[in-house]
Design a protein around this ligand. Structure first.
Ligand code: AHR
Length: 508
């Protein structure tokens, strides 16, 4: 058995947990909206056509904020197509996903859904084919109280009160040549700054997100952020990060260490943003909005081009997730939490059907994919302050990320309740690890209130419509190679191979 240890200290704090870390993403893409959150003819649809089974799962997932309406989709989107009488809304081509957008769901419907799901809206404006004026228009429609053309239009459409959307994305992935309206960093930086200034004239305390690179593999990664921020530093609050991970060529070891890459990504963009701040002699810090992250088998998608036929809501990138994928998702959340001093917003992409924790069948059931479980438990348990950890762990060699620790973990401490939570992965493919957590700095009265794990003999096991609970969380002490014991100011966890686990300790 391998061994690892860590000592927790309540005075060694990274930052408070930001509730916006548990964001998700609803794009007009594939079946995320239509037959995902919205399916009027479904037996479980409510009076507005929203699937109540999906709403219930969204709440169970613990999602706090949802980015909308894209994604690549937003770069060709006309928001005004989606407001007013449904029978007069135009059908349009969506060039991003080669589908037909009916506009049956628009921003008013989405806001109604968001209120039911109890999530904050993160709204993305189109800076691909559009610019400052259209961003101001959608802001006037959503947030201006009354007495102007577009605020009165909203009221006439049934929303008397403004929606009060606080956090806005200034476009999406405009560094990408695939993006409708793709721009150079100079073009985008100037447009983002002009749009931010205009939006701030309307509402000074908005929180604005400038597009960072669409992935760390872009040749302009870092340089793009630097140029964009040179133009927009004073008027934006966030720069976005997007990262998707997959197992390449059966290299599970590298895949399990994906969070090493996410850590590196975050550190690189923090350093880039701070360097721009230093050049501008600004005391301000730009935070990171990691507003697209997940496991996505992108290489399969790239090898299977979009269908020739233009259809409404065709199935697109409906990845089925395994145990290993769920362990990686849990680990990516550990990485995001570890960086809570600078990553203060994040969105798992996406919520339903499209690379998603929730799957639906049109007219049929909804179920939880494996990746649902670590997200839901993390969102429920991580509260209070994120603690700074110095984990002593064995390492293993990976082809993509160099030496990676076998154990990765994050801990939170809620001063209000006294609860301590440890979220941890064992990346070893062969054997369990004994992980000793020294809690003596908290006194000796902490007892284990919950210890659960996601693991399986078959790391490729998935959940399906027929077997929706094949992979789920189980008590750590109930799985063959798992155990938890506490006493004398320590808790000792025996963590199964390829597992994600969560432990909550509370005052006895
Ligand atoms: O989430 C799927 C797509 O990935 C988004 O539309 C785009 O922003 C990213 O490339």
């Amino acid at each position: 058995m391998l061994h690892a240890r860590v000592a927790l200290n309540p005075d060694s704090v990274v930052a408070p947990v930001s509730r916006r870390t548990f964001g998700s993403f609803v794009e007009h893409m594939g079946r995320c909206v239509y037959t995902g959150i919205y399916e009027p003819g479904h037996p479980l649809a409510d009076e507005d056509g929203f699937r109540t089974d999906v709403l219930a799962l969204t709440r169970e997932l613990g999602v706090t904020m949802v980015r909308y309406p894209g994604g690549n989709f937003v770069s060709g989107y006309r928001w005004e197509d989606g407001v007013g009488p449904a029978d007069r809304r135009p059908r349009r081509r969506d060039l991003a996903w080669r589908s037909i957008e009916t506009n049956e769901v628009g921003v008013d419907e989405f806001a109604t859904w968001a209120a039911k799901a109890d999530v904050e809206i993160m709204y993305a404006v189109n800076l691909g084919t559009r610019g400052v004026q259209e961003a101001l228009d959608v802001h006037e429609y959503l947030n201006h109280p009354e007495g102007t053309h577009l605020s009165e239009l909203r009221r006439a459409n049934g929303a008397e009160k403004p929606y009060g959307v606080k956090i806005w994305c200034l476009g999406n992935e405009l560094d990408g040549p695939w993006q409708t309206g793709h721009k150079t960093p100079e073009e985008y930086g100037l447009l983002a700054a002009a749009t931010a200034r205009a939006l701030r004239s309307a509402e000074p305390d908005l929180e604005l997100v400038a597009c960072g690179s669409s992935s760390s593999s872009m040749p302009t990664f870092g340089a793009w952020e630097s140029t964009v921020l040179e133009h927009a530093y004073d008027v934006v609050d966030y720069v976005s990060c997007h990262a998707y991970y997959e197992e390449h060529d059966g290299d599970l070891g590298s895949f399990l260490a994906s969070a090493v890459d996410m850590d590196h990504f975050v550190n690189s963009i923090v350093a880039t943003a701070d360097a721009v701040g230093a050049r501008l002699k600004s005391p301000k810090k730009i935070n990171l909005s990691f507003d697209e992250w997940n496991v996505w088998y992108l290489s399969r998608f790239q090898n299977a081009p979009l269908p020739d036929e233009w259809k409404v809501a065709p199935p697109v990138i409906e990845d089925r997730y395994s145990v290993a994928d769920a362990v990686v998702v849990g680990n990516l959340l550990i990485s995001l939490l570890r960086h809570s001093d600078r990553v203060t917003a994040a969105c798992q992409a996406q919520l339903v059907n499209v690379i998603a924790p929730i799957m639906t069948e049109p007219g049929g059931p909804a179920w939880r994919q494996t990746i649902f479980h670590p997200f839901a438990r993390t969102a429920a348990l991580a509260k209070g302050d994120v603690l700074r950890l110095d984990i002593q762990s064995p390492v293993y060699g990976t082809a993509r990320h160099g030496d990676a620790p076998v154990i990765d973990a994050v801990a939170t401490h809620d001063r209000a309740t006294g609860d301590v939570v440890v979220l941890v992965v064992n990346r070893d493919q062969e054997q369990p690890v004994e992980f000793v957590v020294d809690l003596s700095a908290f006194g000796t009265d902490l007892a284990v209130a919950e210890a659960c794990t996601l693991t399986d003999d078959d790391v490729r096991a998935v959940n399906t419509r027929e077997e929706p609970d094949r992979v789920t969380l189980r008590p750590l002490g109930d799985v063959p190679t798992g155990a938890v014991t506490a006493g004398g100011g320590t808790v000792t966890l025996t963590l199964p191979r390829v597992s994600w686990s969560a432990v909550r300790l509370t005052r006895a």
